[in-house]
Design a protein around this ligand. Structure first.
Ligand code: THG
Length: 367
């Protein structure tokens, strides 16, 4: 692996220096920012998320802030999920599609009020997209990227750590609900959320000068609970069936194909971008779907940069979009984006760079 060349195009998060000092060894690039991915011992980091707790610099989950008289109106034009039931202080996982119904992003939308919302985005430039749609529809909004950087605390002990820091009120936060709060005068938004199925919180830092301070407070409060630095863990998210939009999807993947159909509200009016196309796609029936694939063998063989072809009866039926060794299943497991003709229970071959490897398709999640 090569090191990252510093340039002003690649922004470090406010936690970057702390992550480096904590021993960060690998990073990814996400929203043109540096996203730490490991601190040198991925297996120990994985078990910390499963058994204890882990703190993640996810400052690359940028916020697109929409403010103004038409803020909610624009938010609803941008997502195919119905926001009319989203209360103030509530977050909703809400796919964004283009006019063809293909996935562009899958943010968590935080609604502060009808006139102020944040889109906590995955890896694509929704800031441009939101501004373009707002201008095309002549909406009264201002769209900015506020000084906000999430620090995730994930795992079964995360609640104890965050309650120790913030107070017992955090225990009453429901999934994706959030509250504005302060910690030693550091302005935060605290939400029950995070990209794992092990539970936890995200502390959205609202002052980029205080990243190291927040990092140290969390690390200190977490000590009795076995906290350590970590990152969104591929084994955990694959076991849990969490989709990575941009990783498990291509430019033509719609939400129905990757098990996100339950976040699409087809009764929304046709001025919502993508809804028209999704109604048609839904009526026509989807052509491919996402399943799990369990590979033969027990030697870890994670996937690299490229999707790998899956064959059924000697014919290509789609791709394996991620593959990783599961420490709990002790198998290489992956996601398969395949034709509908390929079904759970079927035996397939994955054309891996190393060899053709037999595997079996199954429903997701694995665990
Ligand atoms: N936290 C914050 N922002 C984010 C992410 C995050 N932005 C980018 C990315 N992650 C968005 N993607 C997801 C995908 C799935 C979930 C959260 C963020 C998730 N899904 C649950 C599931 O699929 O079971 C629950 C969804 C539901 O039913 O509402 O948690 O992690 N700040």
């Amino acid at each position: 692996m090569v090191a990252i060349h510093p340039t002003a195009r690649l922004r470090p998060s406010p936690f970057y220096d702390s992550a480096l000092a904590a021993g960060m060894t690998t990073t990814s690039i996400y929203n043109r920012m540096i996203l730490p991915t490991s601190y040198g011992d991925p297996e120990a980091e994985y078990w910390r998320i499963i058994n204890d707790c882990s703190m993640w610099d996810v400052g690359a989950e940028r916020q697109v802030q929409i403010e103004g008289k038409d803020a909610l109106k624009l938010a609803q034009l941008l997502t195919v999920r119905n926001l009319s039931t989203c209360a103030e202080g509530q977050g909703k996982y809400s796919p964004i599609c283009n006019h063809e119904g293909s996935l562009l992003n899958d943010p968590i939308i935080l609604k502060f009020s009808d006139e102020l919302l944040w889109f906590s985005i995955a890896d694509s430039d929704i800031w441009y997209w939101a501004r373009a749609i707002a201008a095309e529809r002549s909406l009264r909004v201002s769209i900015t990227e506020p000084d906000v950087s999430p620090l995730a605390v994930q795992g079964p002990k995360a609640e104890a750590v965050v309650a120790h820091l913030m107070g017992d009120w955090v225990k009453d936060l429901k999934y994706f609900w959030f509250k504005e709060a302060e910690l030693n005068g550091i302005p935060l938004v605290v939400q029950r959320s995070g990209w794992s199925k092990q539970g936890g919180f995200e502390l959205y830092l609202r002052d980029g000068n205080r990243g190291a301070e927040l990092w140290d407070l969390v690390a200190e409060a977490g000590k009795p609970h076995g906290i350590g630095p970590g990152a969104p863990a591929t084994p955990e998210r694959v076991e849990s069936g969490l989709v990575s939009v941009g990783g498990d999807t291509d430019h033509y993947t719609n939400p129905f194909e990757v098990r996100l159909g339950r976040y699409v509200d087809l009764e929304l009016s046709n001025d919502v971008v993508g809804i028209d196309a999704l109604k048609q796609l839904h009526a026509d029936g989807i052509k491919r779907h996402q399943l799990g694939v369990v590979l033969e063998g027990d030697v870890p063989d994670p996937m690299g940069f490229r999707w790998e072809t899956i064959e059924l009866n000697g014919e290509p039926v789609g791709s394996m979009t991620v593959c990783v060794f599961s420490p709990r299943l002790k198998k290489n497991i992956g996601f398969a984006l395949v034709d509908r003709s390929a079904e759970a229970g079927m035996d397939v071959i994955v054309r891996r760079p190393t060899a053709d490897v037999p595997g079996k398709l199954q429903e997701l999640p694995f665990l």
